[in-house]
Design a protein around this ligand. Structure first.
Ligand SMILES: Nc1ncnc2c1ncn2[C@@H]1O[C@H](COP(=O)(O)OP(=O)(O)OP(=O)(O)O)[C@@H](O)[C@H]1O
Length: 240
């Protein structure tokens, strides 16, 4: 008997501003896997990720995490998911350290546990020197790193990253790649959206391509040239 997938998206649709943003999406992901979600602007990537994080409700269809329906267990996303949205939701008047403590506590960790996790994350993302700095005065790349740290701090089994390399310098992009592979090796399922095909090749095991809200491709990753051909075929309409 095959075990059911950790993340199981079953025929999910969602309209936004009167138009179909995601249509009948079915997709699954196992622990330890890294899935890259690709698509042109407006393809429905962020809408999909927001639904997985429990921040948007599907109009129809179901999302199951570890066999449980997200819509029936409101706390499930909070406990299970780490989400870096397209623009990291930070409080300008809180410090880097206060953010990490707040996120770990919001995810149900004890004060002592939160302290341990926050310290580990400050160290891991080289944010130690910035720990007392207010989020409101961080550079764009530093804010992105803090957003990433907030998504990761409670060591979530499902990690959802919406364009995680945005604003990061090349050193931090390399660190991001290591971090993603590390989380997957530790048993997390990771789904990330990006516009950079090289990021998918560097980080992912599988790639899914959305076009006009519909899943058009879901396969194990080939090389860069094969991915480029598939992506442009779908994006330009050359692949029917
Ligand atoms: N807050 C919103 N209100 C209304 N419509 C929205 C909103 N956010 C997105 N949409 C619409 O939903 C559709 C899918 O958008 P979405 O942001 O999911 O695409 P995306 O693939 O993430 O795009 P991008 O690569 O540009 O970030 C688009 O038609 C977009 O205009």
């Amino acid at each position: 008997m095959t075990a059911s997938p950790f993340l199981n998206i079953q025929g999910v649709s969602r309209r936004r501003a009167g138009r179909a943003a995601v249509s009948g999406l079915s997709l699954h992901l196992n622990r330890g896997e890294v899935l890259g979600l690709l698509g042109v602007n407006g393809a429905g990537k962020s809408t999909t990720l927001a639904m997985l994080a429990g921040a948007l409700r599907p109009d129809s269809g179901h999302i199951l995490l570890d066999g449980q329906r997200l819509d029936e267990r409101p706390a499930l996303a909070r406990d299970t998911v780490g989400w870096l949205p397209e623009s990291a939701p930070l409080w300008p008047e809180l410090s880097v350290d206060e953010h990490l403590m707040a996120f770990a506590r919001l995810r149900g960790r004890s004060k002592r546990d939160a302290r341990r996790l926050a310290d580990a994350m400050l160290d891991r993302l080289q944010l130690g020197d910035l720990r007392r700095r207010l989020a409101g005065v961080l550079s764009q790349g530093q804010r992105q790193r803090l957003g990433l740290a907030c998504a990761l701090v409670h060591e979530p089994p499902l990690l959802i990253l919406d364009e995680p390399a945005n604003a990061l310098d090349p050193v931090q992009v390399a660190e991001l790649r290591r971090l993603v592979r590390e989380r997957a090796a530790a048993g997390s399922a990771v789904i990330l959206s990006t516009h950079v095909l090289a990021e998918v090749v560097a980080m992912c095991d599988r790639v899914a391509i959305l076009h006009e809200g519909c899943l058009r491709h879901d396969a194990r990753l080939g090389d860069h040239a094969a991915l480029e051909k598939t992506f442009f075929g779908i994006a330009t309409g050359a692949t029917p």
